[in-house]
Write a protein that binds this ligand. Structure first.
Ligand SMILES: [Zn+2]
Ligand SMILES: [Zn+2]
Length: 779
């Protein structure tokens, strides 16, 4: 992650030798909720300075110091060099004041509501730190076995802060007045919990309790460990965490997993799991050192790990995939769940009803999850803002975001240059986020989800407004997708009108490529962008595009694309990829006998197969797409890897899993006519070799063909245009096989190959792409 920090002085300090000075300092960045004021207090006292420090309403910190020149210099050096680990300093603005010294000592003052600077922000939620974990296990510590133990260096932040400045009364902790013990630690400058707003203990802090599915409290002196025991025995529990509820279950028992799949309407979508430790994760998955570093980082994301040879978790956890999403405990409560059981892991999946945001309130949980779970493990602290877990995957040694949320949001992505406008990007429709671009910082919201109904639309709006307030941004432009029917497009139009903001509509794949360019600070690029669907400038469905983009213009050039293929029945074909396969096959041969033979994989069997054949003959109900995802879906269907898409990306993900141990058995030469990569011939070659080669080899061959074809087209176009960089973005860029082959091909041609590092490659990065297009490209 980029972590560029700039220091600027508005006015140079003019020190008068030997005389005492007064200097006002404003610090912006991630400086509230990270132990910054206690740190300032300590370095001021150490340097013998008097004055004060206080939080401001704009998420910045204001400092006044009085003392001699040398001490002030030493203070400023400490400020830059010794800052707390979680703090990010963006700017330090110093002003020398006139007048006499007034402060007798150094004090942490009550926060000021003043908000004039923009671009600071509160930190993300932070996993329990080692010191708190040690105390949790220490029978002599007053917070022994306290599930909600936190300190200045750890605990919830983003999800507990309702408004700025970051003081206890502005968080959902205000309902828990500190006891004498906590208060003493809170007021002691030498204590780790000095001014820690989430400090609490068993006496004064939030309480955890078990309840039945109907909400009746189950009395138990040790509800957290009891919850762990119930899970181990096969019960399903909803567990309240920092940013929402998880639904938890055993990873080895079939019954709860089957119940969960049925109730969650998730027939095959993989469940994330929480392993008790790295060692436990290694008992069922491969864990590289890079993956281990991510798993144990304070963000504690879900990391997609390859299942190992002795993988013995239930096949219902991540059906048909070669990998499984694993995270480690990140709160005291999570650690305690594993205390009295032998389980290596529990399913720990976000509790969200279909197409709705993650559940956060106790009442909401009872209402929406009561029918699914056996018990609730509640606590009585409110969640201010929802935040799902983040998901990452490591490509060789490069981590890439599938979802950037808890542990990362709302920390900014630092850019090399300042944007010309303050833009908010509202994203697309699926896997959505919002993004505020302010100067050289991009604040991407937590994961919002699929914005298709009133609940997710409301969540998007709430998250957007919260982000604007937190960053004190003066937005002047709103950016959205080009699709005329997206909920986010309508919302952008409303916001533009209501606030007199400029409205910018950005083509989906252009947003992907722009995101890549600005993330890596390149001015021009030939971008390969592949995914399932994006609305094209010709109103057609795109998804396998090669675009030339330059910051000189806000327009792009579509240089090449994948061959158009028919979708028999439009969106229905997306759900049942056998229809796409039938469409491609029909271009070259009579596929009637084949389709009838496989009609058992269509929901209405032979009747449906006959309808499809009829449709083909008459040419009705057929749309076309250049989507790379749809071609992979069709290959998945023809190879029998996946016949129905029950979750976003399922057939293509399963095809990658099928290919992971395969080789390029067919070595097909990419067939390029003009600016179009042919996929019909490739598809037929796969079809003809079904009995001759293994599924793994054919799945790999399809990947290899597409990756080599797209890469050679991109290289050719880049060389023709004198462009030195080729990039790969879009949801398919999460595919390791595609990205790996493309990289080798592009680098072999002497060009630079870029993929995303700080921004999700998939649709979670679209809001960032839209925002940077509005802020950096010439209109
Ligand atoms: Zn801690
Ligand atoms: Zn207490």
């Amino acid at each position: 992650m980029t972590n560029v920090e700039t220091y600027k002085k508005v006015r140079p300090l003019c020190f008068r030798d030997g005389l005492s000075l007064r200097v006002k300092i404003k610090v912006t960045g991630v400086v509230q909720g990270v132990g910054f004021r206690p740190f300032i207090y300590r370095i001021a006292v150490r340097n013998g300075l008097t004055g004060y420090v206080r939080n401001r309403g704009d998420a910045g910190v204001e400092i006044l110091i009085e003392g001699n020149e040398q001490s002030i210099h030493s203070f400023l050096r400490d400020l830059k060099e010794k800052k707390p680990p979680l703090a990010q300093i963006h700017d330090i603005i110093t002003t020398t004041l006139t007048g006499k010294n007034q402060e007798m000592k150094f004090t942490i003052y009550k926060s000021s509501e003043k908000a004039e600077l923009s671009g600071s922000v509160i930190p993300p939620d932070i996993a329990i730190c080692d010191e708190c974990l040690t105390e949790l296990r220490d029978p002599k510590d007053p917070r022994y076995e306290y599930f909600f133990i936190t300190c200045t260096n750890c605990g919830p932040r983003f999800t507990t802060i309702e408004r700025l400045p970051y003081d206890r009364e502005n968080t959902t902790m205000r309902e828990f007045p500190m006891c004498g013990y906590c208060q003493r630690e809170y007021s002691n400058p030498r204590n780790r919990r000095f001014h820690a707003q989430t400090v609490a203990c068993p006496k004064c802090g939030p309480k955890a309790y078990l309840a039945t599915r109907n909400g009746e409290q189950v009395r138990h002196e040790d509800p957290v460990r009891e919850a762990g025991r119930l899970l181990s025995e096969g019960a399903i529990l909803a567990i309240k965490g920092y940013g929402g509820f998880h639904v938890a279950a055993s990873v080895t028992k079939e019954k709860p997993l089957l119940t969960l799949r049925k109730a969650k309407h998730r027939r095959a979508k993989p469940f994330a799991i929480m392993a008790r430790s790295v060692a436990a994760a290694k008992s069922f998955a491969e864990v590289t050192s890079k993956e281990e570093a991510l798993l144990t980082s304070y963000a504690r994301p879900i990391v997609l790990l390859s299942k190992n040879d002795v993988y013995s978790l239930s096949p219902l956890v991540a059906p048909g995939l070669h990998n499984v999403g694993v995270m480690l405990p990140y709160t005291g409560l999570h650690y305690m769940l594993f205390d009295r059981v032998d389980d290596s892991a529990f399913v720990m999946t976000s509790a969200n009803p279909p197409n709705q945001p993650i559940v956060k309130d106790n009442g909401e949980a009872l209402e929406t999850l009561g029918g699914t779970v056996d018990y609730f493990l509640f606590h009585n602290r409110k969640i201010a803002y929802r935040c799902d877990d983040s998901v990452l995957r490591v490509h060789v040694t490069r981590p890439s975001f599938i979802r950037r949320s808890r542990g990362y949001a709302p920390a900014p992505i630092m850019l090399k240059e300042k944007a010309r406008r303050c833009v908010i990007g509202l994203g697309g429709e699926l896997n959505n986020t919002a993004c505020i671009l302010f100067e050289n910082k991009a604040f991407i919201s937590q994961h919002i989800g699929d914005v298709e109904n009133v609940e997710t639309r409301a969540f998007l709006l709430e998250a957007t407004n919260h982000l604007i307030r937190l960053t004190n941004s003066r937005v002047d432009t709103v950016a959205c997708d080009l699709h005329p029917k997206f909920t986010t497009t309508a919302l952008a139009q409303e916001l533009a009108e209501a606030n007199s903001w400029q409205l910018i509509q950005v083509q989906h794949h252009h947003a992907h490529v722009a995101a890549l360019m600005v993330e890596h600070a390149v001015d021009e690029i030939v971008g390969i962008t592949c995914d399932g669907y994006g609305y094209g400038t010709d109103s057609k469905a795109w998804g396998g595009e090669i675009l030339f983009c330059t910051r000189e213009f806000a327009e792009f050039k579509r240089l090449a694309h994948i061959e158009k293929q028919p979708l028999l029945g439009g969106d229905v074909a997306t759900r049942y990829p056998l229809r796409i396969a039938a469409g491609i096959l029909s271009k070259k041969e009579n596929m009637e006998p084949w389709l009838l033979r496989h009609s058992g994989h269509l929901p209405y069997g032979e009747t449906e197969a006959k309808l499809i054949l009829n449709q083909l003959q008459k040419g009705v109900g057929i749309t076309e797409t250049t989507s790379c995802g749809r071609v992979l879906d069709a290959v998945a269907a023809v190879l029998g890897v996946c016949y129905e898409r029950t979750y976003e990306g399922e057939p293509a993900m399963k095809l990658e899993s099928a290919a992971i141990k395969g080789k390029d058995a067919l070595s097909m030469k990419p067939l390029i006519s003009g600016n179009v990569l042919d996929t019909t011939q490739m598809f037929h070659a796969i079809f003809e070799n079904i009995r001759k080669a293994s599924t793994a080899d054919l799945a790999y061959s399809a990947h290899a063909y597409l990756a080599r074809g797209l890469a050679s087209l991109a290289v050719k176009k880049a060389v023709e245009a004198g462009v030195k960089t080729v990039g790969f973005s879009g949801g398919a860029a999460c595919n390791q096989i595609l990205a790996g082959i493309m990289r080798r091909k592009v680098e072999a041609a002497g060009l630079k190959f870029l993929v995303h590092a700080a921004v999700p490659a998939g649709d979670g990065g679209v809001s960032f792409g839209q925002a940077v297009l509005g802020g950096f490209f010439r209109f």
